[in-house]
Design a protein around this ligand. Structure first.
Ligand code: GDP
Ligand code: MG
Length: 236
């Protein structure tokens, strides 16, 4: 079974090296999508042993995920685990997150920050995440951590649920699409650390932009979507 890790990254040169090196212990290939970074993210990633896909400009987290999915498909990934570039996730938990997908009990496995008792999520974030969970549930996917970046996908999920949203709301969009496609979603407990460098944006603005994108997604017409997605991906 070909296992691949994918890391969407923006200006992560200081943190991504150890994430890649540790992730390589658990997967066959690591793909980094450097989304228009202005630092050494690409060269640090290459030196750490990753396959590097570069976007000329910053297109957003969802666009980077789309490129991860495309690259994973090209190299024949049978399972794909996505992990953040900023060191907030523990790569030693990759086997835990992969397990439901590897054992074929689910097509998507979410590493949830809300399933263990010693969670360290700051309280204002808990509020925001719960609100975004509600929006995601409302649109069809009922999970405890709709905003987690630490997830695993089966081959069916890689092929069927490529996101159309370019920004952070792509995480929710994938779950909504997966639910509609009848894919099974599982959640497993993960740890997650927080420090002053753990966020690239103000969390209130981040939350509001996700809500806004989900609202626009919910009222937009999803007919001919697969064609649009193909067009988008060719532009990358
Ligand atoms: N490719 C890409 N990755 C991004 C972008 N913004 C954030 N990320 C990555 O997505 C992950 C989560 O972003 P972060 O800002 O840390 O979110 P938070 O931890 O939920 O506040 C990190 O690994 C970032 O490097 C972006 O515009 N493009
Ligand atoms: Mg972060």
């Amino acid at each position: 079974m070909i296992k691949v890790a994918g890391i969407p990254a923006l200006n992560a040169a200081e943190t991504i090296g150890p994430v890649i090196r540790r992730a390589r212990l658990y997967v066959d290939f690591v793909i980094v999508v450097d989304d228009g970074s202005i630092d050494e993210t690409a060269s640090v990633s290459f030196q750490a042993g990753a396959i590097v896909v570069k976007h000329k400009n910053n297109l957003g987290y969802g666009a980077a995920l789309r490129s991860v999915f495309l690259a994973a498909k090209k190299i024949g990934a049978e399972v794909l685990v996505i992990i953040d570039s900023d060191g907030q996730h523990n790569p030693d938990e990759i086997p835990t997150v992969l397990k439901p997908v590897v054992s074929r009990t689910a097509d998507i496995s979410i590493g949830s920050r809300f399933l263990n008792n010693d969670r360290k999520v700051p309280i204002y974030r808990v509020f925001g995440i719960k609100l975004l969970n509600l929006a995601t549930v409302f649109l069809g996917a009922n999970v405890s951590d709709s905003q987690s970046g630490f997830r695993a996908y089966s081959k069916a999920a890689i092929n069927q649920v490529r996101p159309s949203i370019n920004g952070m709301a792509a995480g929710s969009e994938i779950l909504i699409r997966a639910s509609y496609a009848g894919l099974q979603i599982a959640e497993v407990p993960i740890s997650c650390t927080y420090d002053s460098n753990s966020s690239s944006q103000n969390s209130i603005l981040h939350g509001l932009s996700v809500l806004r994108a989900l609202f626009i997604y919910s009222i937009s017409d999803h007919e001919n979507e697969s064609n649009e997605l193909l067009d988008n991906s060719q532009k990358l």
